[in-house]
Ligand binder design. Structure first.
Ligand code: IPM
Ligand code: MG
Length: 353
């Protein structure tokens, strides 16, 4: 029997609720499949841990995570702690050292779920956003001087390395190549950001030569929001910088019907370190503890995790079950306009499996 060891980090807010649902669903799936076993170990890291210890995760946290085959993550952020502390203390503290440079965000309108786009339905929006996940605007370079004085200055420097851009570009072209349309849109803002993003465009053109069967085009990020909204069918695979893709992926999730559905994979494609799988929604303080969080984004992230672990048949089975649940309006949580609870969706998913 194949065995995969998974580190579960529910984190904060509804992360705890949706990861519990995800672990239950994946455990049921493994039992039904019979060919593999998932061994979960839970880590109570996050804001509560910070309030007790002054750290979001222990100093040897990365050492603890290293032996796992994957990380199943909930969300991070608490209303009474600054967001940059919680983010840099846990999520980025894992993504960056584990070199999870490829952040993959699939978006589709699932049958049964209404898009806010007029006349858009199943098949009209089927995208994979590839987000550079280790540098760019999230590189953490910069500082503050003259703190608190009128002349205070703060810098926030985006870092683009040739190696970093080339590897995400190759990953994006490979992703596009593996999809039926073999079509990639490269997003930049190289009209205004005339250094890093001009290099980004140049590297895109170089890497494109390695993929003659992939068609590609370029978009400026502002115009991209218009194209996503007005011509969703004209897009397939999309690659963008860390910040640009962060913003575009929220738009994508909203256009597909809800932030509660969208999954993400933080991949270290070379598998030197574990990769991390999480829903893209945050900790959602407004609904924390109410039992109404939508677990679909976490189930779908679990599906991506199974694919990464080589359990393709189980991943496909899970995706079909997610589609069955999405199509059933009695299993819609409030973010989708229904009144189902997290436990109802989880039970529905397991029944569909
Ligand atoms: C995301 C989130 C995070 C990000 C937040 C929680 C810092 O918005 O995964 O898209 O900006 O990377
Ligand atoms: Mg985001």
């Amino acid at each position: 029997m194949r065995k995969h060891r998974i580190a579960a980090i529910p984190g904060d807010g509804i992360g705890k609720e949706v990861v519990a649902a995800g672990v239950e669903a994946l455990t049921a799936l493994a039992a039904l499949d019979g060919g593999f076993e998932l061994e979960f170990e839970h880590f109570d890291w996050g804001s509560d841990y910070y309030k007790r210890t002054g750290l979001m995760m222990p100093a040897d946290g990365l050492e603890k995570l290293k032996p796992f085959d994957a990380i199943y993550f909930g969300s991070v952020g608490a209303p009474d702690l600054p967001d940059h502390i919680t983010l840099w203390g846990l999520r980025l503290a894992i993504c960056q050292p584990f070199d999870q440079y490829a952040n993959v965000r699939p978006t589709r309108i699932l049958a049964g779920i209404d898009s806010p786009l007029r006349n858009a339905g199943v098949g009209d929006l089927d995208w994979v956003i590839v987000r550079e996940n280790t540098e760019g605007e999230y590189a953490g370079q910069g500082g503050r001087s003259h703190r608190g004085h009128p002349e205070e200055v703060a810098t926030e420097v985006a870092i683009f390395t040739r190696a970093g851009v080339r590897r995400i570009m190759r990953f994006a072209f490979r992703t596009a190549q593996a999809r039926p349309r073999k079509f990639l849109t490269v997003v930049t803002k190289s009209n205004a950001q005339r250094n890093g993003l001009v290099m980004w465009d140049e590297i895109a053109a170089e890497v494109a030569k390695e993929f003659p069967d992939v068609t590609w085009d370029k978009m400026l990020v502002d115009a991209m929001t218009v194209r996503m909204t007005m011509k969703p069918r004209s897009l397939d695979t999309i690659v963008a910088t860390n910040l640009h893709a962060d913003i575009l992926s929220d738009l994508a999730a909203a256009l597909a019907g809800s932030m509660g559905i969208a999954p993400t994979a933080n991949l270290n494609p070379e598998r030197q370190f574990p990769s991390m799988f999480e829903p893209i929604h945050g900790s959602a303080f407004d609904i924390t503890g109410m039992g109404i969080a939508n677990p679909i984004g976490t189930f779908w992230s679990g599906q991506m995790m199974l694919e990464h672990l080589g359990e393709q048949a189980a991943a496909d089975r899970l995706m079909r079950a997610i589609e069955t649940v999405a199509a059933n309006k009695t299993l819609h949580t409030p973010d989708l306009g229904g009144n189902a609870r997290t436990v109802d969706v989880t039970a529905g998913l397991i029944a569909a499996l």
